[in-house]
Ligand binder design. Structure first.
Ligand SMILES: Cc1cc2nc3c(=O)[nH]c(=O)nc-3n(C[C@H](O)[C@H](O)[C@H](O)COP(=O)(O)OP(=O)(O)OC[C@H]3O[C@@H](n4cnc5c(N)ncnc54)[C@H](O)[C@@H]3O)c2cc1C
Ligand code: SF4
Length: 322
């Protein structure tokens, strides 16, 4: 059985108190929300904080105020808010793992989720037996041994949707407050996968109000009731009547960040959705989609599935517009 190491647990009531506690704990302190990612990781010694600072008792982080959602709102709550029920982010939240984990897991934890890899998401003894890897305790990347970087995979279901719809994240830290577009919150690097500093708290997510846009999320995984995505497709369209005014496609599960397909607008924009434009967008997503051999399923099949899932996602948007 994997056991948690000993640690100090703190429960601040305000953001100021949480920041002070983190300052006092230094690099050995970490924030936790639902703990569904951090605690299993601590059991496997991926993260080894001596002080764990829970954010769950801070009322500001539990607040839902119109289109601003506090980051300690659980995934279950998020997906059941009537205004959001048919939104792509509620769909993505509903597709995370199991009801138990969605009742504990939060929006913020999902958006900050650690990247994943078959050589990393293992117990300490397993990882020791291969002399660890670059992401924790080792020197080499077993997926790409000559690579100077880690290719662990961004496996959040909700993050690709937030990038696709152009959400903004509000952060507070010792230096004050800042708001960043979701796309700028992520790095394509399996180790430094967030631009957030360790002492910053993700406070809330500012969702764009509906003004003629629509978005969907489709997820590929082995077990439909449980698993992490091995491919996630978030597709967003800004409509101008029947024409596509703007479009974004963002892939999850194929890179260390939610990967935006730069040619989506060129493929789809300026005209109604047709079979030809959908095929062009699916092709545009297929080319840069380069899954590595470090999650479930064969990587060439996962690449093929990019085309299929992007097609299905945009077809759903077309059907909804009719
Ligand atoms: C068996 C299993 C299956 C899973 N399947 C999926 C899946 O299909 N899809 C998916 O997306 N996820 C999945 N998860 C991962 C996880 O359950 C969810 O992503 C969940 O939303 C994480 O939220 P949390 O509040 O529990 O995060 P925590 O574990 O509390 O935190 C995760 C990380 O985020 C940081 N953090 C959390 N909140 C904040 C904040 N407000 N500000 C700054 N830092 C913060 C923590 O320090 C930590 O580094 C799965 C987990 C398990 C164990
Ligand atoms: S991609 Fe390489 S360095 Fe990163 S977790 Fe996997 S094996 Fe380790």
């Amino acid at each position: 059985m994997l056991r948690l190491p000993t640690f100090r647990y703190l429960q601040p009531r305000t953001l100021t108190e949480a920041l002070r506690m983190k300052g006092d704990a230094g690099p050995e302190g970490m924030f936790v929300a639902g703990g569904t990612d951090l605690y299993p990781n601590m059991k496997r010694r991926h993260q080894e904080p001596k002080t764990v600072i829970s954010l769950m008792a801070i009322p500001e982080l539990q607040r839902v105020d119109g289109w601003n959602v506090g980051t300690c709102v659980t995934l279950s709550t998020l997906s059941n808010i009537p205004t959001f029920q048919h939104s792509a982010f509620a769909t993505a939240a509903r597709l995370v793992s199991t009801p138990l984990l969605r009742n504990m897991g939060t929006l913020g934890g999902n958006l900050c989720l650690d990247t994943r890899c078959n050589y990393y998401n293992q117990g300490y003894e397993w990882r020791k037996s291969i002399d660890f890897c670059m992401k924790k305790d080792g020197k080499i990347c077993w997926v790409a041994p000559s690579s100077p970087r880690c290719w662990a995979v961004s496996s959040s279901d909700v993050a690709p949707v937030m990038v696709a719809i152009g959400a903004e994240y509000r952060l507070v830290g010792p230096q004050g407050e800042r708001v960043v577009p979701a796309a700028r919150f992520y790095h394509n690097d399996g180790i430094n996968y967030l631009t957030k500093q360790p002492d910053e708290i993700l406070v809330d997510v500012r969702l764009p109000a509906p003004n003629g846009w629509d978005a969907v999320y489709h997820k590929l995984r082995r077990r439909g009731s449980f698993d992490f995505p091995v491919l996630g497709v978030a597709a967003w369209i800004q409509w101008n009547g029947k024409n596509v005014a703007d479009a974004r496609i963002v892939l999850g599960g194929v890179a260390s960040y939610p990967q935006e397909i730069s040619e989506a607008k060129a493929a789809l924009g300026g005209r109604p959705l047709s079979d030809e434009s959908i095929a062009a967008a699916a092709e545009a997503a297929y080319r840069p989609s380069k899954p590595m051999d470090n999650t479930d399923f064969d990587l060439s099949w996962r690449k093929q599935m990019t085309r299929v899932y992007v097609t299905r996602a945009i077809e759903e948007l077309r059907t909804r517009r009719r």
